[in-house]
Design a protein around this ligand. Sequence first.
Ligand code: ZN
Length: 496
Amino acid sequence: MTTLANYRDHLAEMRKLNSAASLLGWDQQTHMPPKAAPHRAQVIGKLSRMVFELSISDQLGGFLADLRKDGGLSPLEKASVRKVGKDYDRNRAVPPEFVEQFQIAQSEAQAAWIAARKANDFASFQPHLEKIVEFARRLAEYYGYEDHPYDALLEDYEPGMTCKQLRAIIEPLKCDLVPFLRDLATHGTPPDKSVVHGSFDPDALRRLSRRALELIQYDFEAGALDDVAHPFTATIGPGDVRITNRYPTDSFMPSLLGALHEGGHALYNQGFPEELYMLGLAGGSSNGIHESQSRMIENQIGRSRAFWQFFQPVLAEHFPQYGSGSPEALYRAVNVVEPSLIRVEADEVTYNLHIMLRFEIEAGLIDGSIAVADLPALWNQAMSDYLGIVPPNDAQGVLQDVHWSMGYIGYFPSYMLGNLYAAQMLPKIRKALPTLDADIRRGDMKPLLGWLRENVHRHGATYQPNELIERITGHPLDPAHFVRYVKEKYSDIYGL
Ligand code: ZN
């Protein structure tokens, strides 16, 4: 057998074990009886360890060394060697004892975070977070970096992105968004949001989510929709990309927009050609590009005027009280802009501000310019500067996100980058599909999906995010597109 064939076999072993672990993980969150939890954790742990061992095996190292010298590889095979090789190098750089200790610290920090948030007691979480930060700093040293240690951590979520680039994106964005938010608040006329609230039957909400997923062309023959407490999308393997959702009954918005968001992630993963799975390239270019797909469907489509012109009668089929309402009132109601304390509830205009303050804190923690003990005060000051509100307590402030307790430092910027990537793609899409709005008004999402398949989905992780956005739009990421998009949309809605 050739090295390439052996390499593919090796990837196949990893892929099959990963599929089994993903399926068990999905089941753990959706259908598993509670008493099965301890055993299930062991089974998933065992499978994950087997995958990890394969990912750092000497055998794989040998294949990669040969293939890196092989001039006859196809572009896809080269991309595979680049990606699998990078993961191999990074995983090999970290001592196994460190990985184990970090995992223990994460488990302890998560338990401490849950208790601290409940008791609104940052001091009890502080020593755990100090430990996590210390581990993250050591991890950055193991991985290595050129400029800033944060770059080494970012690489896990947004390959190729640096702290310096992020600062260059964030500074102008902040200078545009903060005054615009003030303008909306002082000179704008806010929409009436009462129309989206009421009392909603969860079964009808579930049917509405299904209908919305059919509309965006989610393939139910290659997926499923199940109930869960915290929605996510699970990719089990080719032909199996599952969505989960939740159904609060006081508004149709969280479940509908949640379905569209997860649906956007799922369309991406349903769009990977099988060959990408074979080469370890199925999985998206980066977290940011993945978020661009979910946020585009949720916000730029699901919160658009054209969408509501089509969807108001659909909503009325499930909830007759909307039979007499106007699509315009619904469009305006789903686009209320309000500074809020909680990131996950933030609207399109304020969302990125929540990310900026997290990024600034993370970068400072990693380079040592910020101490964990100072976080509550720094957090509240940044909330006041950017959003004009101050959390009444740390539970609704610095303790609100699970990420840091899980050791995820460098993750938050992906959410913001997703908004920016999506906004940069949209003008290209409009140019290629001049009838986009008319198509959406008729409920025809096929042209949009066709464009996304061709330009984004089919490439999987073949290109790094900076390469992909440049391929699609002709230039590097530029936050000006996002600023233009929100200013146009919200000036119109708020009558500025
Ligand atoms: Zn998402």
